[in-house]
Design a protein around this ligand. Sequence first.
Ligand SMILES: Nc1ncnc2c1ncn2[C@@H]1O[C@H](COP(=O)(O)OP(=O)(O)OP(=O)(O)O)[C@@H](O)[C@H]1O
Ligand SMILES: O=P(O)(O)OC[C@H]1O[C@H](OP(=O)(O)OP(=O)(O)O)[C@H](O)[C@@H]1O
Ligand SMILES: [Mg+2]
Length: 304
Amino acid sequence: MNPATPTVARDRLRIAIQKSGRLAEPARALLASCGLSWRESRDRLFCYGETLPVDLLLVRDDDIPGLIADGVCDLGVVGRNVLLEQDAGRRGDGRASAFREWRALGFGSCRLALAVPEGWEWQGAAQLAGKRIATSYPALLSQWLVAQGVAADVVLLSGSVEIAPRLGQAEAICDLVSSGATLAANQLKPVQTVIESEAVLAGPIGGFDDVRGELADLLLRRLDGALRIRHSKLLMFQARRESMAGLLPLLADAEAPTVTRIDGSDDLALQALCHGTVGWQRLEELKRAGARGLLVLPVEGMLA
Ligand SMILES: Nc1ncnc2c1ncn2[C@@H]1O[C@H](COP(=O)(O)OP(=O)(O)OP(=O)(O)O)[C@@H](O)[C@H]1O
Ligand SMILES: O=P(O)(O)OC[C@H]1O[C@H](OP(=O)(O)OP(=O)(O)O)[C@H](O)[C@@H]1O
Ligand SMILES: [Mg+2]
């Protein structure tokens, strides 16, 4: 293992993403929406950046924090659950933190939760004292147990954690929950959230002191724009000046709308970047409140 802050200077930025799995495609699509494109290598494990000197490394998600810690990669897209687990593991071993969350990316949402058999009447963390809890997240679970002041046995499993109570391996589990279907299929119920998770952009604790710093800043600016407009629509319409008071409350999710006077009439034209859903219902409400010629346009890009 290298020291926590790698010092090898490089003139290209290297981003690790999941090779295959839940985060692989959305991570690639998000980076592509920031204007990055790549030439695929024959082994498909390294993609050479074409539009910008930003390369991709395709790996298992569990390896991403370590690759950042070792300076092999500069940034990575990984679940917060993985990042926090490995950080808690390092600190538990007396090592310093070597990576941190740079941005939350808004996909891959799930939570790390404690679950118990459906028949249990949950009365709180103290109920877990002396019990065995199966998990793939031993560091986060141990940290949570310490914070609760509860002593329990952590049983480490790398997958299929939900089956452990049925096999008599553990009384409770601590695993990722999204829809809750896997818990229900195994007669378990979630009782306590340990962390809320989503995909994040991870990077080193500090920044970069060579050209990678500028590349990372450029990427973050584009990423912030892409994240802001992801569900946004540009809404345009015209209305009588006196209708505005009734129309503006229907645009509460919009950034300061631009209102222009239409030459030679008392009508106004309005343009608003809406961050919430702009569906039929809202359009009909706007029409009832006096909006005419409503147009909804997709937003391709935004640079604040
Ligand atoms: N229902 C879910 N179950 C598990 N993870 C989810 C779920 N929803 C979102 N995620 C997120 O997706 C991440 C990747 O999940 P995936 O199942 O692809 O990982 P994996 O099997 O460990 O992949 P790899 O082969 O890269 O090790 C998880 O770490 C988590 O952050
Ligand atoms: O709440 P749900 O929507 O049911 O999702 C949660 C399940 O999904 C994940 O497993 P995955 O499907 O990745 O299988 P694995 O654990 O064998 O990788 C996770 O480990 C849970 O078992
Ligand atoms: Mg993995």
